[in-house]
Design a binder for this molecule. Sequence first.
Ligand code: NAD
Length: 559
Amino acid sequence: MPPYSMSPTGEEFRLPGEEDYSKEFERLKGAVASQRALGREIVLVMGLGFVGAVMAAVVADATDRKGNPTKFVIGMQRPSARSFWKIPLFNRGISPVSSEDPEVPLLIDRCVNEKKTLVATFTYDALKLADVVVVDVQCDYLKEALGNVGDGRADMDALEESLEIIGQHIDAEALVLIETTVAPGTTEQVAYPIIKKMFRRRGIKADPLLAHSFERVMPGKNYVSSIRDFWRVCSGVNEQARERVVKFLNEVIHTEKFPLTVLDRPIESETAKIVENSFRATMLAFLDEWSVFAERNGVDLIKVINAVKVRPTHSNIIFPGPGIGGYCLPKDGGLGLWAYRHIHGFEDDIFKITPLAININDTRALHVAQLTRDALRNMGRPIASAEILVLGASYREDVGDTRYSGSELIVRRLTEMGGELRVHDPYVLHWWEFEKQDEYPASSHGLKRFFRGQERLKDLRIEQDLKKALHGTDAVILAVRHKHYLNLDPEEVVKNVGGPTAVIDCFGILDDEAIRRYFELGCEVKGLGRGHVKRIKDEVRGTKNPSGSQKVKGRRQET
Ligand SMILES: NC(=O)c1ccc[n+]([C@@H]2O[C@H](COP(=O)([O-])OP(=O)(O)OC[C@H]3O[C@@H](n4cnc5c(N)ncnc54)[C@H](O)[C@@H]3O)[C@@H](O)[C@H]2O)c1
């Protein structure tokens, strides 16, 4: 392990040595003593990742009715070479996570430098000082095969390790609030016994005060708001834990506008999170088969969805892009399946829809590679060695989050088929899933292992200049609905490419006029769920009209 940790901008930080721990604990004890004297509660947030970093700042920003801060927050992050850099940056008031929400850096800076209610540390001894411990470490789900979520397992190592450390250090009266998305049953059947055992070893007779309340945070421009100004569900292992978690959330979240839902048992709160995300994954997966139906039968699924949405009962039907990414939707249902067998001990196979939905979502992007192959073939260009540009690396529009994005699968499959890939994304500077593909998200998690011929992708770099990215491409894949791609002018695109290109629309980005212009300019167009492009092509090329007879070139068809 290197003796330093490097931040994404290349700054190196020496990892703490033995002698640093006692000094750090003394520093914290001093800070906590003066904060207690001000009547503030001490909250420790464990795990300064996407969720924990911002949750820590939201808690540190909490005030009473007179505007006085009520909490002092210690953000705790383990000092690994991979993550230690977050601590010194945080202590300067710099956010360790990049976000499109301008409130994230402002909030962290304000709490660290002005209000002085927020610090970060690496020492587990800090847990001894906490009244409340908020757990925001990861709990992953490892898939062993592409398109088979059932053949996987929950990876609880980081969470179990954290709980053990918590049990070794905390005060018996401290509330432990698990915010991590966990396999239903974890708080009572995994966390409680771990902490209880540690308590027993320490001669503590009291029951651990454990609670669960999941995060509904959404990456994007309302990141802070999605934590602070949003409805929460919570529960505790006993009456006292339930009362404490309700009090805590009432003090840090805007519950007067977004009331809490308090459930009887933690397994209900844990299940609510998994059901919520499985429901959404299922709705998205459901349209995959209709997307293929539309492509094969001259139907524009985008127009169909808009027609259906008019009905208020169906207004949240949404078109699935090239795969359903992000950290949560691809894994959360898997945690449910796994819990049924491995926490609750059932052998039968009750889950049909949830795994099917995740499997469909996990492989939907592969169809984009087929459309690209077919569009190139129609232009007489072999896919092997074709220059292919993917527009958008992230998993959803106008964010820079690339976790499990459909675009990653598109790049991997097309590379396997021999294509030369380039990528443009205005929100993403480094696509770590490729640049560090052997270690990110973790050596055993990456999607690389499901494809052949992936080695050269570690040299893939994100192009920021769209004109440069377009130059000389054989195919352009519109993979994400970033605002930069919604109104691209076909003439400009073809001019920048230097001639006709294949355009693959994965997200209903092109309207019929744009599709028509691309065909008129000699391009080929294909799209997920967009069967009507063939009709427009026939019209433009003058091959036939909708009734099958010869037709005047360029005549407009009503759509
Ligand atoms: N990111 C999202 O959009 C989102 C949305 C809703 C819910 N969640 C859930 O929130 C949880 C956290 O997700 P995240 O995105 O913040 O994960 P993350 O991987 O970004 O952060 C986890 C952090 O915990 C740290 N950590 C691990 N073990 C530790 C230990 N023993 N001591 C101290 N720190 C430790 C890691 O180093 C990392 O910094 C997950 O369960 C996730 O499913 C995430």
